[in-house]
Design a protein around this ligand. Structure first.
Ligand code: AMP
Ligand code: MG
Length: 284
C-alpha cells in the first residue's frame, strides 16, 4: 500500500477521533511546487488506467466525496479528474432532496448514478448526507436514520458483489478556522462571490454535531469493499495529491486487463490493407 493510502485509511471497525487528526498535515511534502510533479504523474496514470477500465468493461469505480462546506470537494473533483476522458466518467451532486425524492427511500435517488461496468462515477456528496445533515438537523427521527448505516453497507456491498464496483470514499477534513478563511476569500474574490451563503455560516454552529455524525459514519461504514479515507484538507494542494495517489493505486489494484481483440487482425490486414499498401508502393 502506498504511503497516503495506508496513512489515511479508516480500518474497518476502528474508531476515528477527528480532533486527533491534523487537518493541516501535508505528508512531509515541503511545498506545493514539490507536489506538482507528483500530482501530474498520478494524473497521467489515472488517465491511462481509466482508458483501460473503459476498454475492459468488466468492472467499475465509485468515488465518494464528503466534507463540510468549503472543504474543497468541487476543486478536488475538478483537479483529480482533469485528465480523464469524459466518456466513461460521470459525476453526480446531491443537494436538498426534491419532493419526489422525499417520497422514496433515501437510496432511490442515488442508485441511478452508480457507475456501469467500464465507468468511473464521482459523487459530490452522497447517500451519506442522510446520516449527516439529516441527523444533525433532526430532519427525520432517530429511529429512521439509525438503521441507515447498515442499509448503506448493504447497498455498497450490492455494488461490490453484483457489479464488480470498487468503492473509495474520501472525507475531506478541513479545520474550523480554515473554513472561515475560505468563506472570507469567497467574499473578497468577485469570481467566488456566487458561493457566499449565509446558511453556510449558520451551519458552523453545528460543527460539533457534524464531527460526531462524521465520526459515526467513519466507524460504522468503512468496510473492506468500501473504505473511508480521512484526507487532511487545509492545504488544497496536498488534499489533491493524496486523493489522486489513492485513486491511482486503487485503479492499479483492480487488475484491469485490456480485452483481447475479437477480430482476426492479420486477416483484416490482408483483406483491407494489402491493396492500399500496393497503391502506396505504386505512388512511390
Ligand atoms: P452544496 O454541496 O454546497 O451545493 O450544498 C448542498 C446542500 O444540500 C448541503 O447543505 C447538503 O447538506 C444538502 N443536502 C444534501 N443531501 C441532503 C439530504 N439528503 N437531505 C438534506 N439536505 C441535503
Ligand atoms: Mg455549500
Amino acid at each position: 500500500m502506498g504511503k497516503y493510502r495506508e496513512r489515511f485509511i479508516v480500518e474497518p471497525g476502528s474508531k476515528v477521533c477527528l480532533k486527533d487528526r491534523d487537518a493541516s498535515e501535508h505528508g512531509g511534502q515541503a511545498s506545493h511546487e514539490q507536489a506538482t510533479a507528483e500530482l501530474s504523474d498520478a494524473l497521467a496514470h489515472i488517465d491511462d488506467l481509466q482508458y483501460r477500465l473503459y476498454a475492459e468493461r468488466r468492472q467499475a469505480l465509485l468515488i465518494v466525496f464528503q466534507g463540510l462546506d468549503a472543504a474543497g470537494k468541487d476543486g478536488t473533483i475538478r483537479h483529480v479528474m482533469s485528465g480523464v476522458d469524459p466518456q466513461g466518467c460521470k459525476t453526480a451532486a446531491f443537494r436538498q432532496p426534491t419532493d419526489e425524492e422525499l417520497r422514496h427511500d433515501f437510496l432511490w435517488r442515488v442508485h441511478p448514478h452508480v457507475p456501469g461496468r467500464g465507468e468511473i462515477a464521482i459523487f459530490n456528496r452522497s447517500h451519506y448526507e442522510d446520516v449527516l445533515v439529516v441527523r444533525v438537523h433532526g430532519l427525520v427521527p432517530k429511529k429512521v436514520w439509525k438503521p441507515r448505516y447498515e442499509l448503506i453497507n448493504d447497498f455498497e456491498r450490492t455494488l461490490n458483489v453484483e457489479n464488480q464496483t470498487t468503492i473509495v470514499k474520501f472525507f475531506l477534513h478541513v479545520s474550523k478556522s480554515e473554513q472561515l478563511s475560505r468563506f472570507l476569500r469567497r467574499l473578497d474574490d468577485p469570481k467566488r462571490n456566487w458561493k457566499v451563503s449565509e446558511a453556510d455560516y449558520r451551519e458552523r454552529e453545528y460543527w460539533d454535531a457534524y464531527v460526531e455524525a462524521y465520526e459515526d459514519v467513519l466507524r460504522k461504514t468503512s468496510t473492506e469493499g468500501a473504505p473511508w479515507f480521512v484526507i487532511p484538507a487545509d492545504h488544497k494542494w496536498f488534499c489533491r495529491l493524496a486523493v489522486s495517489q489513492i485513486v491511482r493505486e486503487t485503479l492499479e489494484d483492480m487488475d484491469i486487463r485490456m480485452p483481447q481483440p475479437t477480430a482476426d487482425l492479420s486477416e483484416i490486414r490482408r483483406k483491407y490493407h494489402s491493396e492500399i499498401v500496393g497503391h502506396e508502393e505504386e505512388a512511390r
